[in-house]
Ligand binder design. Structure first.
Ligand code: FE2
Ligand code: FE2
Length: 370
């Protein structure tokens, strides 16, 4: 119906025609595996086109399913737009050996406040995203203890769609702390006429990276009105709480983000575990391919572009945020330089950096880096 109506409105602009042809192609690819719920629509699971055959007449399809969620804008002059924050290269070995679930024990009152707030938030998110899990809970590699936060005695209820709901909701919240912290440190530097010592870029890069996680998942699932409403509410509350809290105690906020990232690592570890156990057949389908945008951003090698690979990259990013924020939580906020953007006197010792070759799950202590 949509195509017929537009084709009558000739001539089409080049951009509209290109968008329509992409939308139709996207529809043809995704229609056979699409589901429609108020919370989230699986727009495309990125199965190769030959697998999908639409059985319904074209005219009965809703308009939302026909459109690509965010097509690249087409202009007269521009070929492509480069990212300002180039992603560092991660190797497969680094992502599987250096990245694992671990928990930093709270050491003082500020740490405990941060931890309990994260636990509360997690409880709310589990409720909102309908999360429960019956797989074995990964053990903390540093202490050997298993984490008690995931209920493991319930019947299995997760699916590709439920994981995506959780990922989209979590990532829409996860992009907030880095931006608030970066913005407030920027304003602090302007207002107090003092240098920032290199923290702002790392914090903004974290926010950018979280947004890339969100956009990648949105290429696979388009949220419905209910999900949008929840995200809107969550952002309103979370941004303002973070803004006020960061003005009061930036150290507690970084610790809070560190604990939040521990939960993110756990979530992706469990999703990878499910995928490997064959519980998510649409994602372990050999014809599944990750969105092109993701392959470009993470520089995923050809042949390593499965959903498992994508989740490994994202989990490694979360582990990096965990390290950065736990480290920032150990530092003097206004005096210390950013250890992740520094050059060290002894280059032979392992030091914090942009990549994950020397990843410290509980962060670097102040005397190790400053
Ligand atoms: Fe993320
Ligand atoms: Fe993160």
């Amino acid at each position: 119906m949509y195509v017929t109506r537009v084709s009558a409105k000739s001539p089409l602009s080049r951009q509209t025609a290109a968008q329509l042809s992409r939308a139709a192609a996207s529809f043809a690819q995704s229609h056979a595996v699409s589901t429609h719920t108020p919370g989230l629509h699986l727009t495309s699971l990125h199965i190769q086109p030959q697998q999908s055959q639409s059985r319904r007449p074209f005219s009965s399809t809703s308009r939302t399913k026909l459109r690509e969620y965010f097509p690249e804008p087409e202009t007269e002059q521009i070929v492509k737009t480069e990212t300002a924050f180039e992603h560092p290269l991660y190797t497969d070995e680094q992502m599987t050996k250096n990245v694992y679930y671990a928990h930093r024990k709270p050491k003082d009152m500020s740490d405990r406040v941060a931890l309990y707030l994260v636990r509360l938030l997690r409880w709310g998110t589990d409720l909102a995203t309908g999360y429960s899990h019956d797989g074995p809970t990964p053990k903390d590699k540093l202490t050997g203890k298993s984490t008690a936060v995931v209920p493991s005695n319930k019947p299995y209820r997760m699916s590709e769609r439920k994981w995506l709901i959780r990922f989209v909701f979590l990532e829409s919240v996860a992009g907030v702390p880095g931006m608030v912290a970066g913005m407030l440190r920027h304003l602090h530097s302007l207002r107090r006429m003092k240098r920032d010592n290199g923290w702002i870029e790392t914090l903004l890069e974290e926010a950018y990276n979280e947004r890339m996680h969100l956009l990648t998942f949105l290429k696979m699932a388009e949220p419905g009105w209910f999900m949008r409403l929840m995200i809107l509410g969550a952002q309103g509350v979370f941004f303002n709480s973070m803004f006020i809290s960061y003005l009061i105690s930036p150290r507690t906020c970084h610790r809070f983000t560190g604990y939040l990232e521990e939960e993110a690592v756990l979530t992706y570890t469990l999703a990878i575990q499910d995928l490997e156990a064959g519980k998510l057949p649409l994602w372990s389908d050999p014809k599944f391919r990750v969105p092109d945008m993701a392959a470009r951003y993470w520089k995923m090698p050809e042949g390593n572009r499965t959903m498992r690979d994508l989740l490994l990259y994202i989990r490694a990013d979360e582990a990096k945020h965990r390290e950065v924020n736990h480290t920032f939580g150990n530092l003097k906020q206004t005096e210390d330089p950013n250890p992740f953007a520094s050059v060290y006197k002894d280059p032979n010792q392992p030091h914090p950096g942009k990549g994950i070759e020397h990843l410290k799950p509980i962060g670097w202590e102040r005397d190790e880096v400053v």
